[in-house]
Design a protein. Structure first.
Length: 535
């Protein structure tokens, strides 16, 4: 028999749980304060935050909301949008790409009527970039350790604390559930938050994570230098990329059993570009030096002793995405994005303040150089395999990557995930990976161009419904294409009926052979969380 006191306690706990749960089926939480009254200063653990502007925005292309601008000391700017008629107790914070440096307005996710409105926030990570590509400008951090720390690890954490405080002031309660979603550097931030600040978010989406930050910058430098000749001009030019890509697709599109303009797993593609060599034939062809560059790009960087300096290279099928990132579009002397990232990091962010810097022109591709970069880089690398506290708190992690990502090689994520799985045999119960065929860096591609698992993350955290598939979208010619992406290592197999552009006509299939994803390279992984850091 249950004692009366125990029964009362159970009822009280149930009522509290229901009160804390987000509203569903269109029920909303109304503001308890005026938008303008949010302006002011307040303390958060270890620092102060300031709301400098709060203005109501009438319903237009977005839901009606209170638009908030502010900063956390010393200068981590943030923007927060608080729905005034659709809020259901959920908060979503976005990561930023590159080196950040600009405050990109956060957008409301399309969560559907069963979920409703979500408060959203973004940050510039503590500095303002300059120049044509602000997200590739490292100068603000050159002699400013605080700016470096904000970018490396602090900014997303302090913004989460400030945003939750503003949400509580506006609605009367903090968010019932908090989420983080980011890609590239934002994916690094997502993993770093789960590792260092495991109670900030209930669920994290980390897309194409640049969690090997300092090794990845060395990789970007290697990309730029590999495709630069002694004359300073690109060896492989943009006009040759379609020739190379078409040859790869003719050779490998069918290896997954379906000719559909995409390669489901590039690791099964063994194409070598030798048939494209200039052996006296007419038309476009690749010189011997261009053939060598292509093979190097596929293989990835090694030092003079053959040791891998990064766990992956460019994937076959990604060739069209190399334009602008690895080879210029039109102006042969224009800096590619890989060159901009590498040079800015090496000159302004890669080495401890006050120590000699380096540049794209003189960096060496050696294990010793790799180690020197990690002296400062370890502050921002999200390399810990210890996510136990995040897992034990009920946290859920969705990792995803495009198989044709030209910026952050996708096999690096699988290397990290296998190492996580070795440490935690029940990893799939709280962390899953999704590999999207043909998708470029964070979006775009030849067929599938968009992947957004926000709804799946919410269902996993709030209802315990683990994501068994996420639908990617794109185009194939004039047709809209939808294709299911199943948790790795499963892939999508056509069931033989209906359109190949309809996700409903695909089922999950196991890999053709067991996966072995851990790579022997010079990088190292932390088996414990990094030591305490300032808030």
């Amino acid at each position: 028999m249950i004692r009366w006191g125990v029964l009362v306690g159970m009822v009280v706990a149930l009522v509290a749980a229901l009160a804390a749960a987000p509203a569903e089926q269109g029920a909303t939480i109304r503001p308890e304060a005026e938008c303008a009254d949010l302006v002011g200063d307040f303390e958060i653990p270890g620092t102060r935050a300031h709301v400098t502007q709060a203005e109501p925005v009438a319903r237009g292309h977005e839901a009606a909301h209170c638009a908030v601008l502010g900063y956390v000391e010393p200068e981590v700017r943030f923007q927060l949008k608080l729905p005034t008629t659709t809020y259901t107790g959920r908060y979503l914070q976005y990561g930023c790409g590159g080196f950040c440096g600009e405050l990109v307005p956060p957008s409301f996710p399309d969560c559907g009527p069963d979920i409703g409105g979500v408060a959203v926030a973004s940050t510039d990570d503590g500095h303002v970039g300059r120049g044509a590509v602000r997200s590739a400008d490292g100068r603000p951090a050159a002699a400013n350790q605080a700016a470096r720390d904000d970018f490396a690890f602090r900014a997303p954490h302090v913004v989460s604390m400030a945003a939750k405080r503003v949400i509580e002031d506006f609605y009367g309660d903090p968010p019932a559930f908090s989420y983080f979603a980011g890609c590239s550097n934002g994916g690094r931030e997502g993993l770093l938050l789960a590792q260092r600040y495991p109670h900030d978010f209930d669920g994290v989406i980390a897309g194409a994570p640049a969690n090997y930050q300092s090794p990845l910058v060395l990789y970007q430098a290697w990309l730029a230098r590999t495709n630069t000749g002694a004359d300073g001009l690109p060896v492989l030019t943009a006009d040759l990329l379609p020739l190379l890509h078409d040859a790869v697709m003719r050779h490998c599109d069918r290896v997954d059993g379906l000719v559909d303009g995409q390669i489901d797993d590039p690791r099964r593609c063994d194409y070598d570009p030798a048939p494209l060599g200039c052996a006296g034939g007419g038309g476009k062809c690749l010189t011997s030096r261009q053939l060598a560059v292509v093979r190097e790009l596929y293989a990835g960087p090694r030092d003079a002793d053959g040791r891998r300096l990064y766990p992956a290279g460019q994937e076959r099928g990604s060739e069209l995405a190399w334009e602008d990132w690895i080879t210029p579009t039109t102006d042969a002397r224009a800096a590619t994005f890989s060159a901009l990232l590498a040079d800015n990091f090496l000159q302004h962010m890669g080495f401890p303040v006050g120590s000699p810097a380096s540049s794209l022109a003189d960096i060496e591709f050696t294990a010793e150089q790799f180690a020197l970069l990690n002296v400062e880089g370890v502050r921002g690398n999200a390399m810990s395999l210890d996510l136990d506290e995040f897992r034990d708190a009920g946290g859920k992690l969705i990792l995803w990557h495009g198989w044709s990502d030209q910026g952050v090689p996708p096999r690096a994520l699988l290397d990290y995930y296998e190492r996580l799985a070795r440490r935690d045999g029940d990893l799939r119960s709280w962390a899953r990976v999704f590999m999207v065929p043909g998708l470029y860096h964070c979006g775009g591609g030849g067929t599938l161009t968009s992947f957004d698992p926000v709804r799946e993350l919410l269902a996993w955290v709030e209802r315990g419904v683990a994501p068994d598939r996420v639908v990617a979208t794109g185009r194939a010619g004039d047709a809209v294409r939808t294709r299911p992406v199943f948790p790795y290592p499963l892939t999508a197999r056509y069931d033989g009926t209906g359109s190949i552009d309809d996700a409903a006509n695909f089922v999950a299939a196991p890999p053709a052979e067991p996966t072995r994803d851990a790579v022997d390279w010079v990088g190292s992984y932390l088996h414990e969380k990094p030591g305490p850091v300032a808030p």
